[in-house]
Design a protein around this ligand. Structure first.
Ligand code: B12
Length: 295
């Protein structure tokens, strides 16, 4: 008689995967995890069925010990990036379109007391930079990148909705990405960071014509305007547009710029109040601006 394979309950597998029991049951019922039923109708997962699932979905067990299995050697995931296991889990789940796992990683860190925008910035930036590299060497398909962006936007929006209502007298900040720049995530992260720092921050989105941004400045009367620049198609046109924008923004409005495309060659040709490399930088700066402007 062949030796019987170890069998696990969905609960045990959920603990080992750091997933919810209901997700594991759903995967069982959809056939994603090969499942057998006991005489009493309970789901049981064999070691072989579990291994098949892990291989097919490029997952690893977080706690193999929970199933009495030896700790695993870390294997390189689909997407390269930081060493922090949360970053690794987030970016690999994002590549698989596993929104729930991404949400869990974020929630875990927020529940541990971390600042929402910092958690989002930390995980999303690492993941998307990894996506760029993975895409470069054909390890990711375009649809995975697009889906990843959509998931991140939803997660950032959820974090924003979780924030307390904006106080009535909060200073106003608006911003977005310039015309020709389709990148949505950085400006959404800037908005979240400023909101969390007590600003009434509104991202106007991506690919924003300069004249429309100027109109928004008239309508909102902000104390701060941000511009996130990830790509520039025509440097001369961009610089001319930005000069026009800077000319129109009054001196009592802070104009903060940031983004991957603002390199050492472009920056000296622009006029702005401050350039920020990262979101932390922005929040610190915004805190310095705020008391003066909100009097
Ligand atoms: C997603 C993505 C896209 C998507 C964007 C979709 C969307 N809805 O946003 C789409 C499909 C549009 C796209 C298109 C292209 N892309 Co693309 N894309 C990416 C990818 C994978 C992620 C971008 C992202 O969201 N990053 C996450 C954000 C949060 O990180 P971040 O931009 O670094 O921003 C941080 C800081 O810069 C800073 N910051 C940014 N703005 C601001 C503003 C302020 C005020 C402050 C304080 C801070 C700040 O804070 C952020 C948070 O930490 C990058 C890879 C990468 N390295 O980022 C490639 C990447 C940028 N793309 C690249 C390329 C080549 C292209 C295309 C040319 C591809 C093609 N052949 O068509 C086109 C060009 C589009 C164009 N018009 O220019 C290259 C660029 C290479 C280069 N030399 O510049 C990259 C680097 C990928 C790669 N490795 O080759 N892309």
């Amino acid at each position: 008689m062949p030796a019987q394979q170890p069998q696990f309950s969905p609960k045990q597998v959920a603990i080992a995967l750091n997933a919810s029991e209901s997700s594991v049951k759903r995967w069982c019922d959809r056939g994603a995890i090969r499942t057998i039923r006991t005489v009493g109708g309970h789901r049981k997962i064999t070691l072989e069925g579990l291994q098949e699932f892990l291989q097919r979905t490029n997952r690893e067990l977080d706690s193999p010990q929970a199933l009495g299995l030896p700790p695993q050697q870390r294997r390189e995931g689909l997407v390269p990036g930081g060493d922090d296991p949360d970053q690794e889990r987030f970016r690999n789940a994002l590549a698989e379109g596993d929104e729930e796992t991404c949400r869990k990683v974020i929630r875990k860190r927020v529940a541990a007391g971390e600042v929402r925008s910092e958690v989002a910035g930390y995980l999303v930036t690492d993941a998307m930079h990894g996506f760029g590299q993975a895409w470069d060497c054909d390890r990711l398909d375009a649809y995975q990148e697009r889906r990843g962006c959509d998931i991140c936007i939803r997660l950032i929006n959820e974090l924003r909705s979780d924030l307390p209502p904006i106080p009535e007298r909060a200073p106003v900040a608006i911003g977005g990405t310039p015309e020709g720049d389709p990148y949505q995530l950085p400006t959404a992260l800037v908005e979240l960071s400023l909101r969390e720092a007590g600003w009434n921050a509104v991202s106007l989105g991506s690919n924003l014509p300069t004249n429309s941004l100027l109109q928004a400045i008239q309508d909102y009367r902000p104390q701060l305007v941000w511009l996130s620049v990830s790509t520039i198609s025509d440097t001369q046109v961009f610089i001319a547009d930005q000069q026009h924008l800077a000319d129109q923004i009054s001196d009592d409005v802070s104009f903060l710029v940031g983004g991957r495309a603002l390199n050492d060659e472009i920056r000296p040709q622009l006029r702005y109040t401050a350039h920020c490399d990262c979101l932390r930088n922005l929040v610190d700066l915004a805190a310095m601006i705020r008391p003066v402007r909100s009097l």
